[in-house]
Write a protein that binds this ligand. Structure first.
Ligand code: FES
Ligand code: FES
Length: 169
């Protein structure tokens, strides 16, 4: 008979707050976030690394939380979609652009896409449209047809682009 697996204490920084919970070694980070820590903004789609719904930032890097065990991220800094809006619910620039462009319908894929672009735009604030399309290639969306998502991200990019030289003040 298999011995029940011992739970281990996992402590991490979730959206700026230190939190802890107990996890069996096989518990996925996705389930730890949702069921143990109550951060249900991260969605679960395929559970094998394909759809991108479960994307969170682990120490600043966009990662599939269905491909990590909770015990592996002990001591890490995790950012989820809950970190994006202000405490009073004011959307950040990326979320606001998604709203403006109708870049979501059912919203199931949206948290993961927002987190991938959060990481990407921090590293590369003024990408080309092709680069944005390339990032979106890591996500499945059954509703939007993708074009509005690309438009929303490019809108944010246009807002962070430096003024063209010679532009009047
Ligand atoms: S649920 Fe993780 S990639 Fe689909
Ligand atoms: S908005 Fe429905 S799956 Fe993307």
């Amino acid at each position: 008979m298999n011995e029940p697996r011992m739970k281990q204490r996992v402590t991490l920084t979730l959206n700026g707050r230190k939190v802890s919970g107990d996890a069996e070694p096989r518990l996925l980070l996705t389930d730890f976030l949702r069921h143990t820590l109550g951060a249900t903004g991260t969605h679960v789609g395929c559970e094998h690394g394909v759809c991108g719904c479960c994307t969170v930032l682990i120490d600043g890097v966009a990662s599939r939380s269905c491909l990590a065990f909770a015990v592996q991220v002990n001591g890490s800094r995790i950012e989820t979609v809950e970190s994006l809006a202000e405490a009073d619910g004011t959307l950040n620039a990326l979320q606001e652009a998604f709203r403006r462009h109708h870049a979501l319908q059912c919203g199931f894929c949206t948290a993961g896409i927002l987190m991938s672009f959060t990481d990407f735009l921090r590293r590369r604030p003024t990408p080309t449209r092709e680069e944005v399309v390339d990032v979106l290639g890591g996500h499945l969306c059954r509703c939007t047809g993708y074009a509005t998502i690309i438009d929303a991200v490019m809108d944010v990019v246009a807002g962070s682009a430096p003024e063209p030289s010679g532009a009047s003040a």
